[in-house]
Design a protein around this ligand. Structure first.
Ligand code: PLP
Length: 404
């Protein structure tokens, strides 16, 4: 293994027991039964990472196959990102996002305007994916308000999709069965359509005979609700939480057209899809898709700093001319050290050809995974680039799922 962690940062054994105890007592884990995790030998405490490998406090090494939480796109231990952050933090770490901007924020916004699809050109910065989705929803609603259509407030998401954990993002996510018992009522005015999840099509159709009925269904929902009340459709180009549901090639052109026909904004969520993972800088590029508003986070800094962004087209920004200021602010939006991290991260992605690498390695991965299709529990294999999934089933004929 060439990528092994070499440097040792493990605390002395006597401190380890105290650390474990403190971790059990004082850390509330995200979305995990934390007492159960603690019951065993304590929470896993990671101390170091290099490339694809992370090492825990006991010296065990793991392949970080999920790249943290789908985000360490350039690998762990990239000193150049840390150095760029340190340089910026000791020069100017922060400026108020309401009154000023900074050089790294301008450079990052400019770079994003260059690499995002079509004419997406103006960046609103935030701290992560959920905030990006919240911000996109508010920008979409306020856009319609200034455009003289204040009743356009409804947002359409898709079942099974995940867009974040804050209230608006959770509400537009199609993961209600998981959050409803604890967190309802949700944001008002949200509707959910069928995803392009061909292996388990809601309509029991198959492509191409279906003529992407799942895209047309969104048009039907818009018409039924009255287009003049619908602000936006939000969707990932490839839905990760639907088990990497890669849509058929005619899905996105159809949905883009439906949104245009009804004056509904399309929010493309590239939080997981973006920054090379699918073998293109953004997954939208696989279908020449340009969202009116695009959300991103995760791979924007490869996790070295908490940062997200919302990119908007000039047609959206036109509503915010003159006195129409955006009614939304986030203290950490455009944090200078975080922007410096993102710039250094983008330079690595570009200099090392990581997008092309993901396309190349993705083909290898898919070839390997395709060979598993004959296995009795492999129901489906799908993916693009290094975003890939294998759907395991109890029974291939009925597609019955395993219990949790
Ligand atoms: N959007 C998508 C598609 C995501 O997968 C996620 C998180 O996994 C989010 C938004 C929310 O991002 P965050 O966890 O950074 O708030």
């Amino acid at each position: 293994m060439t990528d092994t962690v070499t440097e040792t940062r493990t605390p002395a054994a006597s401190n380890q027991a105290a650390l474990r105890a403190a971790g059990n007592d004082h850390i509330l884990m995200h979305a995990s039964a934390y007492r159960a995790l603690a019951a065993d030998s304590g929470k896993r405490i990671l101390v170091e990472g290099k490339g694809c490998i992370v090492r825990d406090i006991d010296g065990n090494e793991f392949i970080d196959a999920l790249a943290g939480l789908w985000l360490v796109n350039v690998g762990h231990g990239r000193a150049e990102i840390g150095e760029a952050m340190a340089r910026q933090a000791t020069t100017l770490a922060y400026a108020s996002s309401t009154q000023a901007t900074t050089i790294p924020a301008i450079q990052l916004a400019t770079r994003l305007a260059e690499i995002t699809p079509g004419d997406l050109s103006t960046a609103f910065f935030c701290s992560g994916g959920s905030e990006a989705v919240e911000s996109a929803i508010k920008i979409a609603r306020q856009f319609h308000y200034h455009n003289g259509e204040p009743k356009r407030s409804k947002i359409i998401g898709r079942r099974g999709s995940y867009h974040g954990a804050t209230y608006g993002a959770m509400s537009v996510s199609g993961t209600r069965p998981m959050s409803e018992p604890y967190h309802s009522p949700f944001m008002h005015g949200v509707l959910h359509a069928s995803p392009p999840y061909c292996y388990r099509c809601d309509f029991r159709h198959s492509h191409p005979a279906c003529d992407v009925l799942c895209a047309d269904q969104i048009g039907q929902i818009i018409e039924y609700e009255n287009p003049k009340t619908v602000a936006a459709v939000i969707a990932e180009p490839i839905s990760a939480s639907n088990g990497i549901a890669v849509p058929p090639d005619d899905y996105w052109p159809r949905l883009r057209q439906i949104c245009d026909t009804h004056g509904v904004l399309l929010i493309t969520d590239e939080v997981i899809n973006g920054f090379g993972r699918t073998g293109k800088m953004f997954a939208s590029e696989h279908w020449n898709l340009v969202g009116d508003i695009m959300t991103m986070a995760k791979g924007l800094s490869s996790g070295y700093a908490p940062i997200g962004a919302v990119m908007c087209r000039p047609s959206v920004m036109a509503a915010f001319e003159g006195d129409n200021r955006l009614s939304h602010l986030l203290t950490y939006g455009g944090h200078a050290a975080a922007c410096a991290a993102a710039l250094a991260n983008l330079a690595i992605i570009e200099d090392e050809g990581l997008v092309e690498n993901a396309a190349r390695m993705g083909r290898l991965l898919m070839d390997g995974l395709e060979a598993l299709r004959s296995h009795p529990t492999v129901g489906d294999v799908r993916g693009l680039g290094l975003l890939a999934g294998v759907e395991l089933v109890k029974d291939k004929a009925t597609k019955a799922k395993f219990e949790e």
